[in-house]
Ligand binder design. Sequence first.
Ligand SMILES: O=P(O)(O)OC[C@H]1O[C@H](OP(=O)(O)OP(=O)(O)O)[C@H](O)[C@@H]1O
Ligand SMILES: O=c1cc[nH]c(=O)[nH]1
Ligand SMILES: [Mg+2]
Length: 208
Amino acid sequence: MKITVVNHPLIQHKLALLREADVSTNKFRLLTEELARLLAYEATRDLPLEPVEIDGWCGKVTVQKVKGKKLTVVPILRAGIGMLNGVLDLVPSAKISVVGLARNEETLQPEPYFEKLVGSLDDRLALIIDPMLATGGSLVATIDMLKRKGCTQIKAIVMVAAPEGVKLVNTAHPDVEIVAASLDSHLNEHGYIIPGLGDAGDKIFGTK
Ligand SMILES: O=P(O)(O)OC[C@H]1O[C@H](OP(=O)(O)OP(=O)(O)O)[C@H](O)[C@@H]1O
Ligand SMILES: O=c1cc[nH]c(=O)[nH]1
Ligand SMILES: [Mg+2]
């Protein structure tokens, strides 16, 4: 299984707080944003740099800057929106491509309802964000959309992943790196991650 689980103590501590049954909407939202920021730091670790000469305080100096700076963040509606501000803190100029998918509760298949991707995806790194990677159907559908529009560099940042979903994504799209705070045990009979977080969208939006 190909997945990067970030075992930083702050990430693991925040995830522990998120797992509490009585976590409030406000706390869940704040923790999701904080976790997204830390995971994005890890996911952008290998962005290419290039030397640039600038005017420094004592004359010319050669510094390292991110090469190209072409990036799009791809939140999967709704729950991915909860991670957006955390990621944008690190890459404030990133373009945003929004994908709307709702998982059918009976079939567990993702049903697309919105797609607004930025242009020139062929030379952009796409950072997909969604708190939950369960069966993997939603992530695979999002990667399919991005690739159909010419995107060739894709990473996914999730908070919690299930082995079933990681396997599906690895098989369908072996080139896509998954960065997560945890690889959990398994899915239950309703397609929920165990131990997981419950319904992340409902917890972020306060809809249950
Ligand atoms: O890996 P999968 O089995 O596809 O499940 C994961 C998806 O399910 C959840 O969204 P949901 O469809 O519940 O929509 P929501 O974000 O609006 O709550 C979650 O945020 C993922 O997008
Ligand atoms: O465990 C899960 C699975 C899908 N969606 C969620 O929000 N949680
Ligand atoms: Mg979703």
